[in-house]
Design a protein around this ligand. Structure first.
Ligand code: MLT
Length: 243
């Protein structure tokens, strides 16, 4: 019998590795990489960057660089030698980037964006654009998957907490339903972390990794909610602001 439940679905997938188990059922995929790729992308668009091309491999990034593009590349939290910048949100807030097209390759985030694009409309999610993103998703009225980039296919806390925050706002409308245990877990993690996300993530693996690289300011930037009210969406191979 056909279901009479007309509510849209929202679920959370913990890692790109699990994505094949979810991908056929959703219209919109929110790609989340709080530390730091999707936060840096939001920072770039909030600063007036025109387009951002997310590439998976360093080889592709080198090719764009040889054609004269501005290219950021990060691996293991560090700037890859020979590139203009890495993945710090502060690199994308420089006034000279306004109106420019930028290319970015990161360890997990840009790879996840390129994996997600086969499944539906991709939108960029982070804590820095949490509330406007939720408003936008509610307006779309479609089935939503929050896809956490994780770390090298493993679960991570910060992306899951952000996904739980999105789920919490969408479920509160009464127009969405969620069934997976991953979604319930994400929501409870968000609810227990939301009053002090920075403190909650103190022992998390990527926060430690970035702290060891003296990237505390980046961590604070990425874990502060609602500083970049932008909706970056993937159109073809390029990210730009939703018109
Ligand atoms: C990634 O894409 O893996 C991350 O953004 C790593 C980082 O913090 O630079």
């Amino acid at each position: 019998m056909e279901s009479t439940d007309k509510r849209k679905k929202i679920e959370v997938c913990f890692s790109p590795y699990l994505f094949p188990l979810f991908k056929d059922e959703f219209d919109i995929v929110v790609v989340i990489d709080v530390l730091r790729a999707t936060s840096a992308i939001c920072a770039a668009f909030d600063n007036g960057v025109k387009e951002l091309i997310p590439v998976t491999s360093i080889e592709e990034a080198i090719e764009y660089k040889s054609k004269g593009y501005l290219v950021g590349a990060e691996r293991q939290g560090k700037i890859v030698d020979g590139f203009d910048f890495g993945n710090s949100p502060y690199s994308y807030r420089k006034p000279e980037l306004k109106g420019e097209t930028v290319v970015l390759s990161t360890t997990n985030g840009t790879k996840t964006i390129n994996i997600a694009k086969e499944a539906g409309q991709v939108v960029i999610g982070a804590l820095v654009n949490l509330d406007v993103l939720c408003e936008w998703l509610i307006e779309q009225d479609k089935n939503v998957l929050c896809l956490c980039s994780g770390w090298q296919n493993k679960f991570n806390l910060e992306d899951t907490i952000c996904a739980g925050g999105i789920l919490d706002q969408l479920l509160a409308t009464g127009n969405y339903r969620s069934e997976e245990d991953s979604s319930i877990a994400a929501k409870y993690l968000f609810l227990s972390a939301k009053d002090n996300i920075l403190g909650y993530l103190k022992a998390s693996s990527h926060r430690r990794r970035l702290k060891n690289l003296n990237l505390n300011e980046d961590i604070k930037y990425c874990l502060t909610a609602n500083t970049c009210p932008v909706i970056p969406v993937l159109k073809g191979d390029k990210i730009s602001l939703d018109a």
